[in-house]
Design a binder for this molecule. Structure first.
Ligand SMILES: Nc1ncnc2c1ncn2[C@@H]1O[C@H](COP(=O)(O)OP(=O)(O)O)[C@@H](O)[C@H]1O
Ligand SMILES: CCCC(=O)OP(=O)(O)O
Length: 358
């Protein structure tokens, strides 16, 4: 069985031809075996409204697909489509258009559904999204913020962290649906999430929410400092600053952790900010390790997990809580393929999205 899987990101669109089959080992996560033939389409200057960028990204994507055999299905990384259950969703034109103009925030993943639908329509096959970032399974007590009218939202790296959580549970001899796993996605954006029996019961969020600062996002700020900023900048500019000019980029002038890995040894300022990042990450993981009882496993993933000494320092401060497993980079293409496979192989029913408030 063949699926095209498409993951639009802020600087590139990652894609793969996925060959999907039932796993010969029924104990493997998801009981599905996936083999990926990967490609990447680079667009480092993706700025502005996604509608304006979509036609260009779609044209470049079609070139990226050239030479592949026809698919049985196409899957795109889901966007900010409103509160949703975890699962694999059929992409309709309504879902695709809603995501492109999402009222829940601008994010490259908002293009995933429309790109998948465009490609799938050309081949006359179904299009899907899997585990969109707005998967919302929060405990009621996790929704309360502390001020009336402000509700904590579930907006995180659901696709990657669920796939990583499934594997982390498997590594400690548990099924994801019967385990407590805390997953820290340390990428361009960060999120720390507690999974209880396969459900994301609490999360820091990843976009203008909470949590440790990231290569480009500010994360949780002291409220008084945020108020000062609110009186200095109009909201659109402040959103851009907090999501694109915060974190390492704001503090050290670069969002590239590979550069900081080289500089840390000789520059005390870099060392101090990296230590502050580690401090914030371990504090967040520690806090999310008490949400649902002692975790069976803690998982570290995202691009920052490719920095060995960084991960060693984080792991050494967390290992007393639970076994720590690391998945450098992300499993988003694998997770898209597994989500489609679960539906096409009959393990799971595809979900139909309903517009929020409909
Ligand atoms: N080999 C590496 N060593 C250290 N940092 C890395 C490495 N590869 C990527 N990174 C860093 O990870 C961050 C991007 O994480 P990633 O999860 O790929 O981003 P995104 O959230 O955009 O998908 C960047 O700051 C990048 O510099
Ligand atoms: C919107 C939540 C997902 C997210 O922030 O992804 P990136 O870190 O890849 O931007």
């Amino acid at each position: 069985m063949i699926a095209y899987v498409i993951n639009p990101g802020s600087t590139s669109t990652k894609l793969a031809l996925a060959r999907i089959s039932p796993s010969p080992n029924p104990d493997l996560p998801g009981n599905i075996q996936v083999a990926l033939e990967r490609r990447e389409v680079f667009h480092p200057d993706l700025v502005g409204d996604l509608h304006e960028q979509f036609a260009r990204i779609h044209a470049e994507l079609m070139q990226g697909l050239e030479g592949w055999p026809a698919p049985d299905a196409v899957a795109g990384r889901g966007g900010l489509i409103g509160p949703a259950s975890a699962g694999t969703y059929v992409v309709t034109d309504e879902l695709a258009q809603f995501a492109l103009a999402s009222p829940y925030g601008q994010h490259a993943s908002n293009m995933g559904a429309a790109l998948a639908l465009e490609v799938a329509t050309r081949y006359g096959v179904p299009a899907f999204i899997v585990d969109p970032p707005t998967v919302d399974e929060l405990l009621p007590e996790a929704r309360v913020s502390g001020f009336p009218g402000i509700e904590r939202r579930s907006r995180f790296h659901a696709l990657n962290t669920r796939a990583v959580g499934r594997r982390a549970a498997y590594e400690v001899g548990k099924r994801f649906s019967e385990a407590v796993v805390v997953v820290a996605h340390l990428g361009g954006g960060n999120s720390v999430t507690t999974f209880l029996n396969g459900r994301a019961v609490d999360t820091t969020g990843a976009l203008l929410d909470e949590g440790p600062f990231s290569p480009q996002r500010a994360g949780t700020l002291p409220t008084s400092g945020l108020l000062d900023l609110a009186y200095r900048f109009p909201r659109p500019e402040l959103e851009r600053l907090l999501t694109q000019e915060g974190g390492f980029r704001g503090l050290l002038g670069t969002a590239d952790l590979r550069e900081l890995e080289r500089r840390e040894r000789d520059e005390a300022t870099v060392r101090a900010i990296v230590e502050a990042y580690i401090h914030q990450v371990v504090k967040a993981v520690g806090a999310y390790s008490v949400v649902a009882g002692r975790p069976d496993a803690i998982a570290l993933t995202g691009g920052a997990a490719r920095w060995p000494s960084l991960i060693d320092r984080i792991e050494s401060r967390l290992a007393w809580i639970a076994p720590v497993v690391t998945y450098p980079g992300e499993l988003e293409l694998e997770a898209l393929a597994e989500g489609v496979g679960r539906v096409l192989l009959g393990h799971e029913q595809a979900r139909n999205w309903v517009r929020p408030g409909a």
